[in-house]
Ligand binder design. Sequence first.
Ligand SMILES: Cc1ncc(COP(=O)(O)O)c(C=O)c1O
Length: 434
Amino acid sequence: MKKSTELITKQKKHLWPNQILYYADPLPLDRGDGMYVWDVDGNKYLDFFAGILTTSVGHNNGRVRQRINEQLDKLIHSSTLYPNQAHIEYAEMLAQITPEGLDTFYFGASGTDADETAVLMAQVHTGNTEIIALRHGYSGKSQLAMTLTGQGAWRMGPVHIGYVRHAMTPYTYRALGGLDEKSFVQACLDDLQDVIKTMTSGKIAALIMEPIQGVGGFITLPPEYMEGAADIARAHGGLVIIDEVQTGFGRTGTHWWGHQHSAVKPDIMTMAKGIANGMPLSAVATAPEIAQSAVGAGLTISTFGGNPIACAAAIGTLEEMMESYTPARSAAIGQLLEDGLHALAKKYPLIGEVRGRGLMQGVELVSDRQSKAAAPQHANAVMEAARKTGLLIGKGGMLGNSLRIAPPLMAAQEHVEEALEKLDLAFAHVQESV
Ligand SMILES: Cc1ncc(COP(=O)(O)O)c(C=O)c1O
């Protein structure tokens, strides 16, 4: 029996079946090196999804391993009850790249954890309760995070929290009534005003938004929307929470943070995924005045937040990003990827739109460009065909029809060329069968 078959049989017996797995024949991974991973049967793949945008500086990165090993020899765990060196040193280092003023942090172990903490902090700071999130957004898997999430499929269970309201997202490819981008952005801003006016007390604690909605299929928020929405939230007493869980750490190119493609200045920013190259770590960043407002509101600890091994990995990861895999580099390599995807779009009518920034490129697939009918079957088929060529990509979007292409930030020109060749084969295979 193949090793993968044996493992999947055991997985089905012991792991909850509601954890979704990619591919009809799931793919147990065994090892990784840089841009490549190998499955347990020895097949090699070029990784253009990076474990959901997480293996930011490449699989088994030498410096990250070194930092982890150094820390392993000293201390594995402390809890937040005892200050630990890696925790403090990483906070100091992170403050060098966070937006000006956002230089105090609360570390956790997941993006869900970070978004929960950010919402709570906004509520404590403003004294308001209500939260506005965007449709198509994703915040994680706790009750609150599922409630913030604006996609039905990810909102498991009957109980949702009553103080969250959702405004229309500027999903320009599917603009209401076929409006042009400018008019649609205005319609979305009007809707946000309307949601606040009609569905809240008028005083909100925060608006939370992702600069590019990751799980939403890389829906890229126009800067004018983000700026207008931030103004509206503040006019109603709310803070602006920017979720940089997917878009952070230079992924979108040019800037360290995805929102910096706009003029928005967050009050609270969350980050996770690529922060520690796969070690479980997340962070919430705020100005000291906001952090201070939680003092006296109640006690808080985190058993795993700021874990020394995870923080050591984060230090190694950020060193690599600062020295080698910079936002400027991601912009340049991302441009090659984007250009290549646009070239594929000219060739294959099943591609409805290419969108995103830097090394975060989405490709929405349709049955035909006129009707824009979503084609999740094509997305599945392209993913399967790409796997056969030895390329891993992701998918998402509420309609299940958007490919998510987001390699480790260490991707070089040769990797992009290899990925585009493989994608060309995969698209050709699927287009033929349409
Ligand atoms: C934008 C965003 N926020 C929050 C989360 C939740 O992160 P986690 O899965 O680490 O809890 C995710 C996960 O995909 C995400 O994409």
